[in-house]
Design a protein around this ligand. Structure first.
Ligand code: ATP
Ligand code: MG
Length: 412
């Protein structure tokens, strides 16, 4: 008698396992530096959690979930992380704002291919309780910097906004009018999506449908005032972070819960399975799952897919002291980003305040993040050529000449 592993699953050992573990260690180090706390939840949840959150007409819920019944209760192996993180957040009454990192195996009954397995790893981050566009840009920046850290190359970023239910209502009529003439050319899945979740038709992988959607009106051109302003600001912040991206108006993501910003990091060498990071904002999901009204944003990465593009091992990081950098206005954001980079380059943990929050609120966040030191930079500091450094334990504040700052970081 001989036994085989189930189709679409892998045995990991030797060099490949070391590579995966190095990726995980780098993620723990790097996202730890940015104030993310690791979270673990059960391998399976009640199936209803995913029907409710991912959406009943998505590929995942329609075809891909492993479900099993025990004592008349229906369970599902986790196909993704966000719903489970939110469920745990609500159930354990955790406090906001919160940053979570998860490194979990996920399960989907997909057709196995290169870079597409039935049991696969996801490294994901979720930022709960932040609505401002700065944070959409920040998590994209963090994804990019993590990829830089582990040495990934040749990826590109696509960005879009899919608005809120309010903009979608008006837009749906426009799209319907256009598609009514094309209905017979659409695949059965798309015709069904049109009835139940029209925006997701754009996620269809069939060329025939895509040709029709190329010419369709797009949600991004039909955003309400607030969503449009939010999207504009996300793009401004991305420019300040120095992130290049292309706008893809057909990018809608394969899960139901997204609102406003959506994005994907893609890799040119991966063929059909080319997405390595995917995510966006999901402001309505927490309430949908019975929690408090909470804006959230996050993404998930497929490290195994990414490793296919990288021949060598990846580095590890050891986080140390916690720092927090406060910007007194957007004007100084670029400067505080470079201060943060200098601190993190020394292996320390460093977080940024939101530049348009009042200083008091930013200091409060620094306290919440258990920062040992807060660095403040604004008009006065710029004039004097210094950084104001506040020792959070003693409350003492001193000025350090900007040019001496980097060399003094360990002794602060
Ligand atoms: P795809 O379009 O490739 O099916 P998706 O939209 O289903 O991706 P998400 O659910 O957003 O992807 O998952 C985020 C990331 O997890 C993907 O970008 C990919 O890197 C990885 N991933 C998703 N499904 C698989 C799989 N079956 N095997 C390996 N990695 C996967
Ligand atoms: Mg998929």
């Amino acid at each position: 008698m001989s036994y085989q592993r189930p189709k679409g699953h892998r045995d990991l050992f030797g060099k490949e396992l070391k590579r995966v573990e190095a990726m995980n260690a780098a993620a723990r180090g790097f996202f730890g530096q940015h104030g993310y706390e690791e979270i673990k939840t059960p391998t399976f949840e009640f199936a209803a959690l995913f029907d409710r959150s991912i959406g009943e007409t998505t590929d995942i819920v329609e075809h891909e979930i492993y479900k099993f019944e025990v004592n008349k209760k229906l369970y599902a192996l986790k196909p993704e992380g966000t719903a489970s993180v939110l469920r745990a957040f609500i159930e354990n009454k955790l406090s906001l704002p919160a940053r979570f990192l998860y490194i979990w195996n996920m399960y989907r009954r997909e057709r196995p291919q290169k870079g597409r397995y039935r049991e696969f790893l996801q490294i994901g981050i979720e930022l709960l309780g932040e609505s401002k566009p700065f944070y959409d840009a920040e998590i994209i920046d963090q994804g990019k910097r993590y990829l830089e850290l582990i040495g990934a190359k040749d990826y590109y970023i696509e960005l879009n906004s899919i608005g809120c239910p309010q903009c979608r209502k008006a837009y749906q009529e426009k799209l319907k009018t256009y598609l009514e003439q094309q209905l017979t050319h659409l695949c059965a899945d798309c015709r069904r999506r049109l009835e139940r979740n029209f925006l997701r038709i754009f996620d269809c992988k069939k060329e025939g449908c895509q040709a029709i959607y190329d010419k369709a009106p797009k949600i991004t051109d039909n955003l309400c005032g607030e969503c449009s302003e939010h999207y504009k600001q996300v793009k401004c912040y991305l420019a300040i972070f120095g992130i290049e991206y292309t706008e893809n108006k057909k990018l809608v993501r394969g899960l139901d819960y997204y609102t406003r910003t959506v994005f994907e990091f893609k890799h040119g060498e991966l063929g059909a399975q080319d997405t390595i990071i995917a995510g966006g904002r999901y402001d309505l999901l927490m309430r949908e799952l019975g929690g408090p009204d909470t804006p959230c944003t996050g993404w998930a990465m497929g490290p195994e897919r990414l490793l296919l593009t990288m021949p060598d091992e990846v580095p590890k990081l050891q986080p140390r002291q916690v720092y927090f950098v406060v910007a007194m206005g957007e004007k100084y954001l670029q400067k505080i980003i470079s201060i943060r980079d200098g601190i993190q380059a020394k292996g320390h943990i460093c977080m940024l305040g939101n530049p348009d929050d009042p200083i008091k609120q930013q200091i409060k966040r620094a306290n919440k993040a258990a920062a040992a030191y807060t660095i403040i930079y604004g008009e006065d500091e710029e004039k004097e050529g210094v950084y104001a450094v506040k020792d959070m334990k003693t409350g003492e504040q001193k000025k350090i000449p900007a040019e001496k700052f980097n060399s003094q970081i360990p002794q602060l």
